[in-house]
Design a protein around this ligand. Structure first.
Ligand code: FEO
Length: 171
């Protein structure tokens, strides 16, 4: 049995990760409508990764014999006008997700729940990559996105992104 606060935060994280997937799906829809299929692809794959994250939290709770309780997923509410808007919102969102992972980690630490801390280690590392990727998207748009050839090249680069399943496997 998990500590009730840790179990509650893990449950809530399922919904938060699904919201992340929904948010990135919204970004993908925005870029597709702009004719930027590469950016749309990048965020479509990002949405798939977030769904994977949600499944990992769900699976971990199930393995611990805990009740899984799914909450409502909010409507994506970021205002998207410019090509930069989703990128900035994406970095802010990943920073927020990092704070959520840290909060669960702190709750597990408080009750010496080393098993949950070890499970979360993968997410701590993943968040570093997520924030770095989000920051790179902004920097490249700032450097090259202002010119049509540069934007075309960036879009082609992001079109090449392929989905890979998470390296963390829970059986
Ligand atoms: Fe599930 Fe983008 O972190």
């Amino acid at each position: 049995m998990l500590n009730s606060k840790v179990a509650q935060l893990l449950n809530e994280q399922i919904t938060k990760e699904l919201y992340s997937a929904y948010l990135y799906l919204d970004f993908s829809v925005f870029y597709e409508a702009q004719g930027l299929d590469g950016y749309a692809n990048w965020y479509m794959i990002q949405a798939q990764e977030e769904r994977d994250h949600a499944m990992l939290f769900m699976k971990y709770l199930q393995m611990c014999g805990e009740k899984v309780s799914l909450g409502a997923i909010d409507k994506p509410d970021k205002v998207l006008n410019t090509l930069m808007d989703p990128l900035v919102a994406g970095l802010e969102h990943e920073q927020y997700v990092t704070s959520l992972i840290n909060d669960i980690y702190a709750a597990a630490y408080d009750v010496k729940d080393f098993r949950t801390m070890q499970f979360l280690d993968w997410f701590v590392k993943e968040q570093l990559e997520e924030e770095k990727n989000a920051d790179d998207l902004i920097k490249k748009m700032e450097l090259f996105g202002g010119d049509s050839k540069g934007l075309y090249s960036l879009d082609a680069e992001y079109a090449a992104r392929i989905y890979t399943a998470p390296s963390l496997v829970l059986d």
